[in-house]
Design a protein. Structure first.
Length: 333
């Protein structure tokens, strides 16, 4: 650390001048002071203040140069978008799309900040983004007719396909590909085999299967190899796939869902697998996580739940913007 590096006291005074719009008092400082002149502890604060100064000088090219050179904190990107929004929405949207969305995970408090600053046009870049706000729901039952289910895009599907292909034995992977055509759901066979308080008990399989067939015509049952000798009669009469020993049957269940774009019937939350996927195939908008959650149908001894008909993400319809809340959607035009 430099002995003569500029410290927090100097930056605090610069901030006071900027807060009071006294830019003539700080212009010399920013024109002669570089990032490396600042005590390392306060370098992020220096960048934040310099961006504020440059925005008020309408020097957007220098703002972009800073963003390209340094890895800024998310709050700096978002604050910059908000600061520019009422002056130039196009530049604000460019920064939001190319720096905020691409580099950062947007959280609920970020959404609240954009709403409170009325940066509504920026939300048009977030169609399909899984994030909520703290507002209360203000929609009517009629609004629900507008909502849709968002599928995984092909780019993410290809990454998932490659991820699982590398983990599974080729001959079983190839066989699974032949099984997913014309199915309308995937059933987690191991899960329904442990319906009795987590104990393996096959007496519930036929009962749950009968409930499933009231909603679905061609389920694909996926069982681990260890179950097959105990359910031979069931397997004879139902479309099924047996996963090999020493491999996770969950891998086959999830890839079957991805390949067929059909839901899984299971009480498993697949948390370990979601974590694994998020770590290896990171997406800031949580599409993979929410895709698995929204396409997993829970059941009880007497009921198979209905699948949710729409995705709980930001949706834009006819210039109306809908943002998920705790209990519904918040709508603004």
């Amino acid at each position: 650390m430099q002995n003569n590096a500029i410290d927090g006291i100097t930056l605090r005074n610069i901030k006071i001048n900027i807060d009071n719009n006294e830019y003539n008092l700080v212009s010399s400082f920013f024109n002669t002071t570089n990032y490396d002149d600042i005590n390392k502890k306060f370098q992020n604060g220096f960048i934040t203040l310099k961006i504020r100064y440059l925005i008020n000088m309408n020097d957007y090219n220098s703002v972009f140069n800073i963003m390209d050179k340094y890895n800024l904190m998310k709050r700096d990107y978002i604050t910059t978008c908000i600061s520019i929004y009422n002056v130039n929405q196009n530049i604000s949207a460019y920064i939001f799309k190319n720096y905020v969305i691409k580099k950062c995970k947007i959280e609920s408090y970020d959404i609240d900040k954009l709403i409170s600053n009325k940066c509504f046009e920026l939300f048009k870049n977030l169609d399909g983004y899984f994030v909520s706000c703290s507002k209360m729901s203000n929609i009517t039952n009629k609004d629900y007719n507008n909502f849709k289910k968002y599928p995984l895009d092909m780019k993410i599907k290809k990454k998932l396909f490659n991820f699982y292909e590398n983990k599974l034995k080729q001959k079983y992977f190839d066989k699974l590909l032949t099984k997913v055509h014309n199915i309308d759901c995937i059933v987690d066979g191991g899960n329904i085999s442990h319906m009795n308080g987590g104990k393996c008990d096959y007496k519930y399989i036929n009962k749950i299967s009968n409930m499933i067939l009231k909603q679905y015509k061609n389920p694909l049952y996926i069982f681990h190899n260890r179950h097959k000798n105990n359910i031979k009669d069931f397997l004879k009469n139902n479309n099924h796939f047996i996963t090999p020993a020493n491999e996770y049957d969950d891998y086959y269940i999830i890839i079957a869902m991805i390949l067929s774009d059909k839901p899984i019937i299971s009480n498993d939350h697949f948390r370990d697998h979601i974590y694994e996927l998020m770590k290896d195939i990171e997406t800031n908008d949580c599409k993979i996580k929410n895709y698995i959650i929204e396409n997993t149908i829970n059941y009880t001894k007497t009921t198979v739940n209905k699948i949710k008909k729409y995705s709980n993400c930001i949706q834009i319809h006819n210039n109306n913007i809908y943002i998920p809340t705790k209990l519904g959607m918040y709508k603004f035009i």
